[in-house]
Design a protein around this ligand. Structure first.
Ligand SMILES: Cc1cc2nc3c(=O)[nH]c(=O)nc-3n(C[C@H](O)[C@H](O)[C@H](O)COP(=O)(O)O)c2cc1C
Ligand code: SF4
Length: 468
């Protein structure tokens, strides 16, 4: 192996320590993961709404027939199991015994555990590990050991791993494959910022990973690798981390860089945008219906969400003398009366004159002002919900007996299911969510991509292994 990249034992096998992270919806597929494993690395099939394929390998479009959220949710789980299995089998065929294959789910996706069980029951000998983040997957160890596969929790601090270990993972230590550290300020997709961390105060990953290693060592996990994810591009930038006892055995996870390969399903639809990004064009933003921060390309889709949130004012239900909400304002079909501040009233009138005539109530006793068509779109998306998350702040759906979070639906958010499917199927990427890590601007700087060159997965893995 070139560049002195030492092999590391992952999922029971000595491996080149290069991994493609799971990417939903439909971005890390059977094809990309299979090729990644075939090239000697570790591929991760996304089982987040994984697509089913027809006999010619073409995606079968999802069509929900259920009449209510619960019925559509049942369909979603069934499609998720079938799609996950289809993609894993394809990956397995392509990998042909090389590398390692993992499957990724988001703990907070609707039906996560049921989908995992459904897939693992049928995927014996095909899948080597499960990676799982977005939430605290306490049950992950139990599920993985039940099927004899390794598990890979994704955390953003030593503290989070400590909680997982003490409450659950210490009971199944043998199947803990590695711990993924995902940099919450740099990685694409959902980010695990805790309540005490600020989105606009990025922290150096080195001390954080050093602390994670110290925590792991305390639990006797000196030989368990850490998988570093978030902002990894050239491995030559990470030589201080390699063969370093403060960090221990190390694997590198790539999410953004493999978005542009010949096999990537978003190669054509996202290609031009990715190749033209500048530093700062990816935004860590608060709009995801999961409630987590997430990182995505600042395109018209995100711009509209920022603008919507800026057109926001507070209201109170009752006019109280001590309060500065003194201005009467009537809204909605029943002309409900609430009170705004004088400045709020002025803003409301200005936005309405600009065509943002609909005042939508948020769970924080504020209004956001949107155009009539946007209000109709938001309403429709909320009604079409099929419960893709365990809790959704946009529609207030929750995967519980009552089917609701008990909070008001939040019009400052969006239906992630709809936009990610649109995005994955190549529909107007500018107007849909494009998850991406903050290092994506390197596509435009890295000479590897000169003249629009797009490598195969094999070429990319070989290139990464050289340090470049
Ligand atoms: C388009 C996209 C989708 C992603 N989807 C998921 C996902 O479904 N589950 C997950 O655990 N991580 C997801 N991630 C995170 C990646 O697996 C990976 O950890 C991350 O992108 C690494 O950082 P980088 O973007 O700086 O390379 C996603 C990342 C991207 C760019
Ligand atoms: S509204 Fe959309 S994002 Fe929210 S749970 Fe329903 S399908 Fe998922």
């Amino acid at each position: 192996m070139s560049f002195n990249l030492e092999s590391v034992k992952v999922s029971g096998k000595e491996m080149m320590p290069i991994l493609e992270g799971g990417k939903g919806v439909g971005v890390s597929t059977g094809l990309t993961s299979g090729e990644w494993a075939k090239a000697g690395g570790i591929g991760t099939v996304s089982a987040v709404n994984a697509s089913r394929l027809d006999e010619d390998g073409k995606i079968i479009p999802v069509e929900y027939k259920g009449r209510n959220r619960n019925e559509r949710f049942r369909e979603l789980v069934q499609f998720g199991i079938e799609g996950g299995l289809t993609q894993l089998r394809q990956a397995h065929d392509i990998a042909n015994g090389n590398g390692r294959l993992h499957v990724n789910v988001l703990w907070e996706m609707g039906g996560a555990q049921e989908i995992l069980h459904g897939i693992l029951k049928e995927a014996k000998g095909i899948v080597n590990g499960i990676t799982c983040g977005a939430g605290m997957p306490f049950k992950l160890a139990e599920i993985a050991s039940q099927y004899g596969v390794y598990y890979y929790p994704i955390v953003s601090s030593g503290r989070a791993f400590r909680a997982l270990w003490l409450r659950s993972y210490r009971k199944a230590p043998d199947f803990l494959g590695a711990v993924v550290y995902e940099d919450p300020w740099l990685a694409g997709g959902h980010n695990g910022l805790s309540n005490t961390e600020r989105f606009d105060h990025p922290e150096d990953p080195y001390p954080r990973v050093k602390e994670l290693r110290a925590t792991m060592n305390k639990f006797g996990l000196e030989n368990t690798p850490i998988i570093m994810a978030g902002g990894v591009w050239y491995l030559r930038d990470w030589t201080d981390w390699m063969n370093n006892p403060e960090i221990g055995p190390l694997v590198f996870q790539f999410g953004t860089r493999p978005l542009l390969t010949q096999e990537s399903p978003v190669r054509d639809s996202w290609g031009d945008t990715l190749l033209g990004l500048k530093e700062g064009d990816v935004a860590l933003n608060p709009f995801s219906p999961t409630g987590f921060y997430s990182s995505a390309v600042r395109n018209t889709f995100l711009d509209e969400l920022y603008a919507r949130t800026e057109r926001q004012i507070s209201f109170t239900d009752h006019h109280e003398a001590a309060d500065d909400h003194t201005e009467s304002f009537k809204f909605g079909p029943r002309n409900r009366e609430v009170f705004l501040t004088a400045h709020g009233k002025e803003s409301a009138e200005k936005w309405m004159a600009q065509g943002f005539t609909k005042a939508l109530v948020t769970p924080d006793s504020t209004f956001v002002f949107v155009a009539e068509e946007k209000a109709a779109e938001i309403r429709k998306d909320q009604l079409d919900c099929m419960g893709c998350l365990s809790q959704c702040k946009f529609s207030n759906w929750a995967d519980n007996e009552k089917g609701t979070t008990g909070r008001k639906a939040d019009p400052r958010s969006y239906c992630i299911q709809k936009t990610l499917l649109n995005s994955a199927y190549g529909e107007a990427p500018e107007h849909n969510l494009m998850f991406s890590g903050h290092a994506a601007y390197k596509f435009a700087q890295d000479p590897f991509y000169n003249d629009g060159f797009i490598p195969t997965v094999k070429q990319l893995v070989e290139r990464i292994a050289t340090g470049d």
